[in-house]
Design a protein around this ligand. Structure first.
Ligand code: GDP
Ligand code: MG
Length: 384
């Protein structure tokens, strides 16, 4: 009897084991799709590893570019304050001739009519504008007479005062980068192609990160993919976010998405780069106007920064006028001041547009952008 029970038990065990082996799904055979819910990773639908015939990867919406990548070492740029003093050698290098010539003339034993004319010409050569050059010369003439001396230190001080006065020491040059109502400050960067807009967006992002702010860069120059790549490189170095779209996308939609993502991810400042390849005033007005309008659906445009290449002289002034007619420019960024002795353009552009120069570009390096300070600027162009 016991013998029979043992046999029955063994048979039962054999049955169970056999059943399990038979019922177990075989390896290598794909499960039907219904059993295999797709996993969502960072906005993209990704198939399971090793699956043959898996559905193709579904691309994330192109605007959602995750930044920063953890492999990139995040730099800590220096703050904005005091940068112009640190970069003064850049100005002195190219502008020394201007300061030296003026100081040389003013310290002459006798200041005759010819000398004063030369002084005026030197100021005009520096792109100061004829009217301003005349005014500075007249003022200097009066003051030198009163002073009754040609001592170089004193003459330098007089000249410095006159130049600073023309540049406007009291103009508000602060950048409006404060968040308001939980929304980021929005800065629109405009200007003709090649003036340094994209570079300025990148450098300005660094200045702001250096000042402890979080930043998002919007690549609304959609004419060239390279412009967005350029912006992405700048951003990744300092851990800023970027919003971009495919080449040829609507710039206004990029600007809209940039501000939206800026609000959602609670960054402090959104900087929108724009295209400069706009041939007609109407085209310019249409495009920039649209960019501005869509931004204003979600936030305030706090600054419209016009980027001007200081080496382009009257040409640059002409461009500046067109942009000022089309958009309400709130500040000028004067780039490439390291490559010209025509620093007088600062005075001219401010007079023409009634808008202060807020930032100056002093080289191609990442930290070669500085808040503009009239005194430090004049000190640099006059030399020590
Ligand atoms: N020397 C110098 N070059 C600059 C400065 N700012 C920009 N650039 C250069 O100007 C060129 C055009 O700049 P980019 O930002 O692409 O101009 P965009 O077309 O207005 O966006 C680049 O080679 C920059 O490195 C500056 O302050 N000094
Ligand atoms: Mg550009």
């Amino acid at each position: 009897m016991e013998y029979l029970i043992v046999i029955a038990a063994l048979a039962a065990v054999a049955l169970i084991v056999g059943g399990v082996v038979l019922l177990r799904p075989r390896r290598g055979r794909p499960r039907p799709p219904a059993e295999r819910p797709a996993e969502r990773t960072g906005g993209a639908t990704v198939a399971e590893e090793g699956d043959a015939g898996a559905p193709t990867i579904e691309r994330a919406p192109p605007t959602e570019v995750p930044a920063p990548r953890p492999t990139v070492e995040i730099e800590k740029p220096p703050p904005g304050a005091g940068r112009l003093v640190r970069l003064r050698a850049r100005l002195a290098r190219s502008q020394n001739t201007f300061g030296k010539t003026l100081l040389g003339l003013l310290s002459r034993e006798t200041l005759d009519e010819d000398a004063w004319e030369e002084i005026e010409d030197t100021l005009i050569t520096a792109d100061m504008g004829a009217a301003v050059a005349r005014q500075i010369t007249d003022d200097l003439r009066t003051r030198v007479q009163v002073l009754g001396t040609r001592e170089v230190g004193e003459v330098r001080e007089l000249l410095k005062e006159e130049l600073v006065k023309q540049i406007g020491p009291d103009l508000d040059r602060s950048l409006k980068t404060e968040t308001a109502g939980g929304r980021p400050a929005v800065l629109l960067v405009v200007g003709v192609n090649g003036t340094g807009k994209t570079t300025t967006c990148g450098k300005l992002g660094r200045v702001l990160v250096g000042d402890g702010k979080t930043v998002l860069l919007g690549a609304a120059d959609t004419f060239r993919a390279a412009a967005a790549d350029q912006l992405e490189t700048w951003a990744s170095r300092v851990g800023a976010q970027v919003v971009r779209k495919e080449e040829g996308a609507d710039p206004a939609s990029v600007a809209f998405d940039a501000v939206k993502q800026g609000i959602d991810s609670k960054v402090n400042v959104v900087i929108v780069d724009t295209a400069g390849r706009l041939h007609t005033k109407t085209g310019l007005m249409d495009e920039l106007g649209k960019v501005k309008r869509v931004v204003e659906k979600q936030a305030t445009v706090d600054e419209v920064l016009l980027v001007l290449d200081a080496t382009t002289g009257q040409n640059g002034m002409q461009q500046a006028r067109v942009f000022a007619e089309v958009v309400n420019v709130t500040g000028v960024v004067l780039t490439k001041l390291d490559g010209t002795a025509k620093g007088g353009i600062v005075v001219q552009v401010q007079r023409e547009l009634g808008v202060p120069v807020k930032l100056v570009g002093l080289g191609e390096g990442p930290d070669d952008l500085a808040p503009f300070e009239p005194e430090a600027f004049v000190d640099a162009i006059l030399g020590d």
